[in-house]
Write a protein that binds this ligand. Structure first.
Ligand code: A3P
Length: 281
């Protein structure tokens, strides 16, 4: 993990000169038609990236690339510079670490959030199973860690509030907000909304096909079968498509852990006006 003045970012990437590249991201040039998916880790980024990639290509066809190949903090700038337009980029970094040129050009942003309790469970599994992290801590300790933001990408609370502030300060900005929970409840509706936001001219049958291709079981099976990134996972078992459910946190949190989480949430989010479509209890 790379420590950027107390902000931790993962280092499993193709970058040779990590720190220099990471520090230069805010100065990167954008393209007017760049699309950017912004999420705290484990909020459904792969899912949305797959959907958006199909929508912009207007092809309901499995994307063979992994979304990490379009990730700002993982790929070298030179590689991203060589990507054909429109680029479907993605990142988990705090708002201020994104290229300033994006906002200047008013590049479209898709921002998704997820119940932070489900995020914590998903992130725990991610940290436990990816070799690079060399992490073998307990869930009990992890809950504390997650709440403090003692993980790569910092705290969920700061991340969420920075985006909330950006949206409040820039009400006209072309940013589309969705939640993992809404996507699970009615994926076709969210795919349709995303297509509309991106001004993709297509019919209902295409939207349905994209939705079906990106349905969890299918995506897990077909993406895992591509066999990429297998070496990154302990025992060679790919774990990016883990369970894909809403509310799995109930199988992990004890009552005490859940109450602690709720207390920290209330305290940290007390000034937030975000009306998330998830219930913490
Ligand atoms: P779980 O660990 O709860 O299963 P990200 O892509 O931001 O890293 O988020 C990963 C989470 O999204 C994982 O959650 C993963 O299983 C879930 N996910 C990935 N693809 C999905 C899909 N097509 N439908 C629903 N959930 C999906």
């Amino acid at each position: 993990v790379m420590d950027l003045d107390g902000y931790y970012l993962p280092t499993f990437n193709e970058l040779k000169n990590h720190e220099e590249e990471l520090r230069s991201i805010p100065d990167w040039q954008a393209r007017d038609d760049d699309l950017m998916i912004c999420t705290y880790p484990k909020s459904g980024t792969h899912w949305i990236w797959e959907i958006v990639s199909m929508l912009v290509k207007k092809k309901a066809e499995r994307v063979s690339a992994v979304k990490e190949t379009a990730m700002l903090e993982i790929m070298a700038k030179a590689t991203l510079d060589n990507m054909p337009s429109p680029r479907v980029l993605n990142s988990h970094v705090y708002f201020e670490y994104l290229p300033k040129d994006f906002a200047k050009r008013r590049c479209k942003i898709i921002y998704a959030m997820r119940n932070p309790k489900d995020v914590a469970v998903s992130f725990f599994n991610h940290h436990s199973k990816i070799c690079e992290y060399e992490f073998s801590g307990t869930w009990e300790n992890y809950v504390q860690r997650f709440l403090k933001g003692d993980v790569d990408y910092g705290t969920w609370f700061d991340y969420t509030q920075k985006w909330e502030k950006f949206m409040a300060d820039n009400p006209e900005y072309p940013i589309f907000m969705t939640t993992y929970e809404d996507m699970k409840q009615d994926p076709l509706r969210q795919v349709t909304r995303i297509a509309k936001f991106l001004e993709i001219d297509c019919d209902q049958a295409f939207l349905q096909e994209v939705t079906d291709l990106c349905q969890f079981d299918r995506m897990k099976k077909e993406k895992d079968a591509l066999g990429e990134q297998v070496d990154a996972w302990k025992d060679g078992v790919p774990g990016m498509y883990r369970k894909g459910q809403v509310g799995d946190w109930k199988n992990w949190f004890t009552v005490a852990q859940s109450e602690l989480f709720d207390r920290v949430y209330q305290e940290r989010m007390k000034d937030s006006k975000v009306q998330p479509r998830f219930t913490l209890s």
